[in-house]
Write a protein that binds this ligand. Sequence first.
Ligand code: BGC
Length: 733
Amino acid sequence: MAVAAAPASATGAERDVEASINDLLGRMTIEEKVGQLNQLSGYGYNPAMTGQVKAGAVGSILNETDPAVVNALQRDAVENSRLGIPLIFARDVIHGFKTIFPIPLGQAATWDPSIVEEGARIAADEASSVGIRWTFSPMVDIARDARWGRIAEGFGEDPVLAGTLGAAMVRGYQTDDLSRPNTMAACMKHFAGYGASESGKDYNTTWIPEELLRDVYLPPFKLGADAGAATFMCSFNDINGVPSSGNRKLVRDILRGEWGYDGVMVSDWGSINQMIPHGYSADLRHSAQQAANAGVDIDMESYAYISHLKELVESGEVSEQDLDTMVANVLRLKYRLGLFDNPYVDEATARRFYAPASLAAAQKAVEQSAILLKNTGTLPINSKVKKIAVVGPMADAQHDQAGTWSFDLEKERCVTPLTSLREKYGAANVLYAQGLRHSRDKATDGFAEAVKAARKADVALFFAGEEAVLSGEAHCRTDITLPGAQAALLKALKATGTPVVLVIQAGRPLALSNVEADADAIVFCFHGGTMAGPGLTRLLAGEENFSGRCPVSFPRVSGQTPIYYNHKNTGRPAEGITLIDDIEIEAGQTSTGCTSYFMDAGDGPLYPFGYGMSYTTFSYTPPTLSAPEIAADGTLTVKCTVTNTGTVAGREVAQLYIRDHVASLIRPVRELRRFEKVELQPGESRELTFTLTGADLAYHIDGARTAVEPGEFSVWVAPDAQSGEAARFEIKK
Ligand code: BGC
């Protein structure tokens, strides 16, 4: 059965591909079609796998990283199966393959699409050199709750930032020609709403009103689709009672229908099967039917399609037309990847890892992702400093600095802060005492040595944080403070009187209000990857200036989560905060003033979204607007001049926020619409120009309908989500 004619706009090559797909479909048995939709995990060249490949019962394989095995399996598909359709080899390569970049949340702190794109390009080059042509990345799930371990894998809480960086990652993996052998197909995941898992507990249910879904959770996916992402993956969670893997509205109506997406939709690992415990499918057969009818093309490791799809097509519960469309999507991806022409990996040039330029790019990513959260003048380490105490469980933790989901890590390649600091300052001047064996360690027996080192030093650098395994999939925490006895060790260091710099590598923003006062400076680096040590050393030494900015709000305490800058104002915004210790005994119930805050944490984050310090300072002029009033379909030009008012060069991330003051559905206090990173020499100014259109001022109302409502708006160009001067304008009636 022919799937569809190529659209009128199709190029000659695209028409040829569609003709080849139709030709193949015409020759395939139902079993062979279903085989294309079956994705299995590798685990070597074994008879069970080769038998299935030769029978045409598997279309793609994940987790195989040995190029010889990749080629052997590919040979079985291309030379020893009836139709010779190549396999695709897939892998989670989410922040580097061998050269590990900062975790995606760390990359988001660069606010720099070019860094993210370059990292993805390097990852694709390395991974494709062993035959991996499909990565399950980028993850663009908006995460407002740092208890959720997978916040590490995404780009934070804002749809514009996450979508811009997700699209950059897609471009880096795919380039403009996916058929080049050193590309990987990207995968926008997890569609959709996974980051809203209730209470930050992984796999948990989500309840997301359609307007919020469309305003916040879907836009990064749309930007990825527009950037040409070849594939999408559905999520584990249910959304408003329907698991994503069986969610017709999400996949068929929105992704395929409204967005016209014609790439591949893969399930998550076992997620078709998991519709049974969800309570949505009666059994595996039922789940296969629901997933196929929802528009999920590939079944990753549920064995639902391979077990039941043929029977479902024969009974008419899944149409043959739909089956053919699913298979055509997979075949089209194989054509786009050039696999029909060039199925094998070149074993002679395999394992292109750790090129000097790749390591330099990874280091640059660290340098621009680390955020200076606090500095009372302790940093940079100045020339009067002769002895440096290096303390803490993350100072020399090669494995842990790589961060979550680094499956192909060779930890001995990770250069730690201790190694780089010794190199820079001389081993004799670096007094190392680990203090705690790992981040969860509660034993205090190492404190004395650490304190001794701090006493002898001019500055103490305390490398703290979370081990890699404390974030990522299925690694959620209810208490997101520094684990183990790290806060106690910091206190002990502080008590020595030696200035203390707290350098944190973690998989999420941590709640730092219990340690903030004990540190003279705080550097937050997330997990920095292979080159975390050299990158951090250059920053601490002042050879490089800090330019990382918070891609998420940092809560004061765990109980403040979920927390995000683009919240609603409430009818009683926080005012005149009275904290718990200031409430009188037997005070009346109205003693806290009855506004919206926590009496034990006040209001707002410890460090807001967008925030980050530098060794220099920047000033912003108030924004000037092209007009005080625009039509709903008009454009507005916003100008602002940013000046480096300090004495060293630096990079600043100027952030444009808007607020719609009165709306039929209340709008957030601020929403990011644009950002621009600028590099300025001391005294240098740059005028920035941003153009906003009606689409930037619109929001969803009544589900899918968008509205740009007349009335008053504010616009800021600011260094973070809480500061800056606003200019006002109106949308005309
Ligand atoms: C994760 C996905 C990942 C897949 C394959 C799942 O557990 O949710 O993000 O791509 O495994 O490894």
